[in-house]
Design a protein around this ligand. Sequence first.
Ligand code: 13P
Ligand code: ZN
Ligand code: NA
Length: 274
Amino acid sequence: MKLKEKLQQLRSEGRGILATNFYNLETLHGVLNAASELNEPLILQLTQSSIDYMGLETAVNLGRTGLKQFGVEGWIHLDHGGSVELAQRCLDAGFDSVMIDGSELPFKDNIEITKEVVKRAKSYGAHVEAELGYVAKLGQSHDEQVFTQPEEAKQFVDETGIDALAVAIGTAHGFYKSEPELQLDLLEKISKSTDASLVLHGGSGVPASQMQKAISRGICKVNLATEIKNIFMKTLQSELRNNEEIDLRKVFPVATGEITKLVKTKLQIVQNNK
Ligand code: 13P
Ligand code: ZN
Ligand code: NA
């Protein structure tokens, strides 16, 4: 099934979908095992850094082969694509979906760059996500955020023709110093103003109850990255303390297993939202 249809179907059922970033074979298998055990669909995301780290062909092939190996219904998505050129490379490499992130550009320029990616994605049958408003990036002060405005959201979606819109409603990338307060009324207004599938970035650290409220008010795709990296590295650090093991195939699976546990709880929150 195409991602667009899947998002529409989930939305009509009042459910969401989890989009998890992966960084290597171990983090990929950790997330896929969770989706496989719960028989849930999953979006696999790659940022430019992860693409640079693994190589584009390797990254997309790992994702695609992994989906098959684990029997998971899933899609490969470019997360926070910073340029038309990168989006084009990903389309050529067979991504199902690309995000063009023009959220730091003036409104008009964001529309222009997004339109260009939508035009290119069309001939590949690929899905396009863009961001309006500004979700603070990793390490940035959360004061950097700019909430998405419903009227602008409508205009942006209408003019660009995107399938999915990342909204800024009080989340931020990375962990939070104090519990985030999602702007649920604003979300509801945005949701009423447009038919695009709405995406919640900055999923790490958002309490389950707020995530579920966001889904019931219109969020469809929920992005999760930092918690995956964190549990993987924290588990490795503790496994390797006072441990002389040199067979990495004995050490990595412990960390991979912790990712699976984490992602299973997130899948239950996001997908069994009732
Ligand atoms: P977190 O790192 O807060 O989970 O955000 C993930 C994200 O938005 C990826 O695009
Ligand atoms: Zn994001
Ligand atoms: Na976050």
